[in-house]
Ligand binder design. Structure first.
Ligand SMILES: [Fe+2]
Ligand SMILES: [Fe+2]
Length: 172
């Protein structure tokens, strides 16, 4: 997914974000029960949202670099929210800070270090902050850009599809 980012600075920015947390990111879970609740689930969910949102961004003629970054980073805060061993458990970051804040904060700090122009950083952070789509679902702001709306909808699509696919597999 990172390879599909066209702007070379944004591509290195994406690499710099994932490098320090790669081990935890690839082992991470996306949720405790509802969707992608297995080792590697966070990586799979993030890659799925990246792939689907990228294709739809092209269809709707949106900014593909912003969509890709927002999509692969939207749940990055989950790296800190769960303990994997001895079993999947929410830790105190889950109850006290939450993945939306954690992810937005991490990306914003790194964007400053990287001298990413403010407007671009804000657009990416906006996608993270608004990806739950509603105040009652924990988003502090609602999707205001087409790129943010797309990532929100695709996030929901991939979560629900995984949920029903896993359920079907269990029931078989
Ligand atoms: Fe999320
Ligand atoms: Fe998600």
């Amino acid at each position: 997914m990172i390879g599909k980012i066209e702007d070379p600075t944004l591509r290195s920015f994406a690499k710099a974000l994932f490098e320090p947390i790669w081990e935890s990111f690839k082992k991470g879970v996306a949720a405790k029960n509802y969707h992608h609740a297995y080792i590697g689930g966070l990586l799979q969910h993030s890659a799925n949202v990246g792939e689907i949102a990228y294709n739809l961004a092209r269809f709707y003629n949106l900014k593909t670099d912003i969509v890709l970054l927002g999509a692969i980073l939207h749940d990055i805060g989950k790296v800190w929210e769960f303990d994997i061993f001895p079993k999947f458990e929410h830790n105190s970051y889950y109850s006290k800070l939450g993945h939306i804040f954690l992810g937005a904060h991490y990306v914003r700090e790194k964007a400053r270090e990287f001298n990413i122009p403010k407007e671009i950083a804000d657009e990416i952070v906006h996608i993270i902050l608004s990806h739950h789509g509603e105040y009652v679902r924990g988003s502090p702001v609602l999707p205001k850009t087409p790129e943010a709306m797309l990532v929100h909808l695709v996030d929901n699509l991939d979560a629900q599809m995984n949920h029903i696919l896993m359920k079907n597999e269990k029931d078989r």
